[in-house]
Design a protein around this ligand. Structure first.
Ligand code: 1GP
Length: 288
């Protein structure tokens, strides 16, 4: 379906979603300080049917995730991304309504942003609340520095989804995103380089810096790199790639990550019960 058709069809739905969080923008929600390290569950729309994605997202939120990212694979068409965002938003609306009818339930628990984490300008949906509008800062390719952004910006503007100004840095081992994005990988001892990148990101006015080790990485972003990036003020730090265990999440949090992302953990879970167990364990460690 062309973007314009998606736009028309879901205009009403978009208004409903926007009213859900009228007191706070997604950017404010993400960047507010004084919070403990929070957890993001990344759902790759290419990896399961939209209904299953929505069930996984709800389980993740119930287990302590504070945000859902939708994205990952580089070649997922708009339609799949949109169907996934829509399914998640519809289930969240149902949960909010159900919670509002019960004195014992907290409807705010379900007011969690659904944010696009795109592999390029193609994977967009007006059913999302926001998008990480990223520059892959250590790419050698003009395409990932500015061209994809030029293509996507008019649609983001038309869809009226919040762009989240984000510097994206791919660190060793980098995985597929490092290869496709033609990144000069940041090595574990490149602390000065990360400091320069983080200063540059702040000077460009980016509000978020995302340190990525690559989905499925056998080792997460090194703590020294997180510590170095954290020493630059004015940036909210997201760290993802290769985080599987509570200990790994805790190491990243202690080094200064404001947000931890896990994706493969969700895909590898045996079922929703196993997923709840794994995400709860991570969130327990992040809270203590
Ligand atoms: C998102 O790439 C991460 O930044 C997700 O990585 O799939 O290894 O959790 P995992």
């Amino acid at each position: 379906m062309p973007n314009s058709a998606i736009n028309m069809r879901f205009m009403t739905q978009r208004l409903m979603i926007a009213m859900r969080r009228d007191d706070e923008t997604v950017l404010t929600y993400i960047t507010k300080s004084g919070e403990k390290t929070r957890h993001i569950t990344l759902i790759d729309p290419a990896k399961q049917a939209p209904k299953v994605a929505a069930e996984r997202a709800l389980t993740a939120i119930e287990s302590g995730s504070s945000m859902i990212f939708v994205g990952g694979s580089t070649d997922t068409p708009d339609e799949i991304v949109h169907a996934t965002c829509t399914a998640i938003q519809e289930m969240l609306e149902l949960r909010i309504f159900a919670a509002s009818q019960s004195p014992d339930s907290d409807e705010d628990q379900w007011k969690v942003p659904v944010v696009l984490f795109p592999g390029g300008s193609h994977a967009l949906s007006p059913a999302a609340d926001a998008i990480t509008f990223m520059m892959l800062m250590n790419s050698r390719e003009r395409r990932f520095l500015i061209d994809e952004q030029l293509r996507g910006a008019p649609y983001i503007d038309k869809f009226d989804i919040d762009p989240l100004p984000t510097g994206y840095l791919v660190c060793h081992p980098g995985g597929k995103v490092g290869e496709v994005g033609q990144a000069d990988l940041i090595m574990p001892n490149d602390v000065d380089l990360v400091k320069s990148y983080s200063l540059t990101a702040a000077m460009y006015g980016f509000k978020i810096l995302y340190l990525e080790a690559g989905s499925g990485a056998d080792s997460p972003v090194h703590e020294d790199l997180i510590r170095s990036a954290k020493s630059t003020s004015g940036l909210t730090l997201i760290v993802g790639g290769g985080i599987r265990t509570p200990d790994q999440a805790k190491l990243a949090a202690d080094a200064g990550a404001d947000w931890i992302v896990t994706g493969t953990l969700t895909e590898d879970a045996d079922d929703l019960k196993d997923l709840a167990y794994k995400i709860s364990a991570i969130n327990f460690f992040l809270s203590n």
